[in-house]
Design a protein around this ligand. Structure first.
Ligand code: ADP
Ligand code: MG
Length: 219
């Protein structure tokens, strides 16, 4: 790839949301949570989604990540208009192109940090050797080279979240969605995890949308 093409690749938006609406029925009334959201995120770019609890951050992430159908609007991932796809194809796009991180790490307790990150890669078809090599690379990038063999219970909260972030991007998604990934951490640890997340997003060239109610971190 020429450097010019590489730059064009980077400038292309990978996650585009257009006129997204989401209404929930509440008794006889409709609750309009998302009222026409537009956003566009390029590779290597990180966008913070800030709002108080109940403002619709998770609703937006779930729709953008193809986990739930919104009431209206469009979601384009890597140039594909995803809401027009049949369910099975949409699920395929989600698995291949979107990584998720939640407030709780959801790591498998019986497995080491390395295994937790390598597993999704093996499930996607990589050999154990390649999957472990990629997991080691990402965990090292996240500052966890000395924690590869620790089980989740042997890691601090911030370390657990860094493992969860590495796991979310091990299959090279083009979009990373994080729903209050530092919500359970103290402010100092939050800042560290956030920095590691930003480095990784830039380094791996993923487009990230990160929900948080912490305005400090977004700045
Ligand atoms: P946030 O993540 O910013 O806290 P959410 O997207 O979870 O906000 O929720 C936004 C609003 O939508 C809240 O008022 C919530 O009660 C409502 N809501 C979320 N999911 C549902 C649902 N499945 N049914 C009805 N109301 C919902
Ligand atoms: Mg939420």
């Amino acid at each position: 790839m020429s450097s010019r093409t590489a730059i064009e690749q980077r400038e292309r938006p990978v996650l585009v949301v257009k006129g997204l609406t989401r209404a929930y029925r509440s008794g006889a009334r409709m609750l309009n949570v998302l009222r026409g959201v537009d956003l566009s995120i390029k590779a290597g770019e990180i966008v913070g989604l800030v709002g108080p609890s109940g403002s619709g951050k998770s609703s937006l992430l779930h729709a953008a990540g193809l986990l739930e159908r919104p009431t209206g609007g469009d979601v384009l991932i890597d140039g594909r208009d995803c809401l027009k796809l049949a369910d099975r194809e949409r699920t395929r796009v989600r698995r291949a192109k979107v990584g998720f991180v939640y407030q709780f790490h959801h790591l498998l307790p019986e497995f080491s940090a390395l295994e937790n990150v390598a597993l999704p890669c093996m499930i996607a078809g990589a050999s154990g050797r390649d999957a472990r090599a990629e997991a080691r690379r990402l965990l090292t990038q996240m500052g966890l080279a000395e924690r590869l063999d620790h089980q989740p219970a042997q890691l601090s909260g911030g370390e657990q979240q860094r493992v969860a972030i590495a796991r979310a991007i091990v299959n090279k998604p083009c979009v990373l969605l994080a729903d209050e990934p530092t919500g359970n951490l103290d402010p100092r640890t939050s800042a560290h995890v956030f920095e590691a997340l930003m480095d990784l997003v830039r380094h791996e060239g993923v487009a990230a949308l990160v929900a948080t109610h912490n305005l400090e971190l977004t700045r």
